[in-house]
Design a protein around this ligand. Structure first.
Ligand code: BGC
Length: 363
């Protein structure tokens, strides 16, 4: 949602343009080449992110080289090295594997090119200047809360629901090489843990540890296979009532496995993330239960403002998190945006009235 709070925030960011960072000379931003690398085109969100950020930076007079790594680490390394060789003045990187870019990041630092980690934290390197993302822990909290709401254990106003359980649930996490996956999972488990501890929620597969439930590269087909395996080995005589899914592509994979095993109409509660078109349609059709909307237009704008400051050798104003994103070497100063939980009750207000989707797209 393009909230008025966000508009005010952007106005403040623009006005405040930051103080020159100590000891650095100011450089003109005009026409600077900015290298942007996104992880994949297999998910709509990254296409939108890439396009939004390119448009935003170009409207500010910069040149942009936008690359998609197609979930291939060596590919992303090559793309970044190429951008460095072509004289990029700034790199904006949404990584495939957050820990796999230390070598190109060192080369960027050697060439005095600053780096902004976009949405996914770059780990294991000193050479990351700033980080723009969403409140990732809160994403997980919202996913778990909507799972509880869907099951009837919690009301939308956060009061205790009428249902008592016990309910069978299964857990999915994102890719283990993405720092966000840990935040999402920990956020979700902070809500679910008491329900698991007192037996209101039961994970019949026994797979409750992060490492056991991750999904390499967030791949929907990998998730489908895991769900299929769980259903055929564990749920021959019982039903699964809910699935914690961290991403819409995984949710659709899980729903396919459920359909293949005789579920529906009337599906278990399946969560998600990114408000991708297929999943929003599935929510409207009463299949997927919820998703988490992250307005990539806001993330692109905030990142472009950050880029503007960095290109002028200024500290980006209004960094709002200086503590939580330790990348194994240093704490990366971050700007975090708010995610929004979406289900059938509010999708129209949040997604259509904000202009993210048109009614036609959702038909
Ligand atoms: C992003 C999520 C996205 C996931 C899969 C994460 O790093 O924060 O929004 O669902 O990657 O693409």
């Amino acid at each position: 949602m393009r909230s008025s709070k966000f508009v005010v925030l952007v106005a403040v960011l623009v006005a405040a343009c930051g103080a020159p960072a100590a000891g650095r000379q100011s450089r003109p931003a005009d026409g600077a080449l900015v290298g942007v690398t996104m992880p994949t085109t297999s998910s709509e969100r990254w296409i939108r992110d890439g396009e939004n950020i390119k448009r935003d930076l170009e409207s500010r007079g910069h040149r942009v080289d936008l690359q998609f790594a197609q979930n291939d680490v060596p590919n992303q390394v090559r793309q970044i090295e190429d951008q460095i060789a072509r004289g990029a003045k700034l790199l904006i990187i949404a990584s495939v594997d957050g820990s796999a870019l230390t070598a190109p990041l060192q080369r960027a630092a050697d060439a005095r090119i600053p780096v902004i980690a976009y949405d996914r934290l770059l780990r294991g390197s000193q050479n990351v200047d700033y980080y723009s993302t969403f409140e990732n822990f809160r994403v997980g909290v919202y996913q778990a809360e909507s799972l509880l709401t869907g099951l009837g254990l919690r009301n939308a106003d956060a009061s205790r629901g009428a249902a008592t359980g016990p309910f069978n649930v299964e857990l999915f996490a994102g890719s283990a090489d993405d720092n966000n996956s840990v935040f999402f999972f920990n956020g979700a488990m902070s809500v679910l843990r008491p329900y698991l501890d007192d037996g209101t929620l039961v994970v019949r597969s026994g797979q409750t540890e992060f490492q056991a439930v991750t999904t390499l590269r967030w791949d929907g087909e990998t998730a489908r296979k895991r769900m299929e395996e769980i259903l055929t080995t564990t749920y021959r005589r019982s039903k699964v009532n809910g699935v914690l899914s961290p991403y819409d592509g995984i949710s659709l994979g899980v729903l396919t496995a459920l359909k293949d095993n005789g579920y529906g109409p009337g599906f278990p509660i399946v969560t998600g993330q990114d408000a991708e078109l297929g999943s929003v349609k599935s929510i409207i059709a009463g299949q997927q239960y919820s998703t988490i909307y992250k307005d990539t237009r806001e993330l692109a704008t905030v990142t472009a403002l950050m880029a503007e400051a960095v290109l002028k050798d200024r500290t980006p104003p209004q960094l709002n998190n200086l503590n939580d994103y330790h990348n194994g070497v240093k704490v990366v100063p971050a700007f975090l945006l708010n995610p929004v939980s979406v289900d059938r009750t509010n999708y129209h207000r949040v997604l259509v009235e904000s202009g993210y989707y048109t009614d036609d797209q959702l038909r």
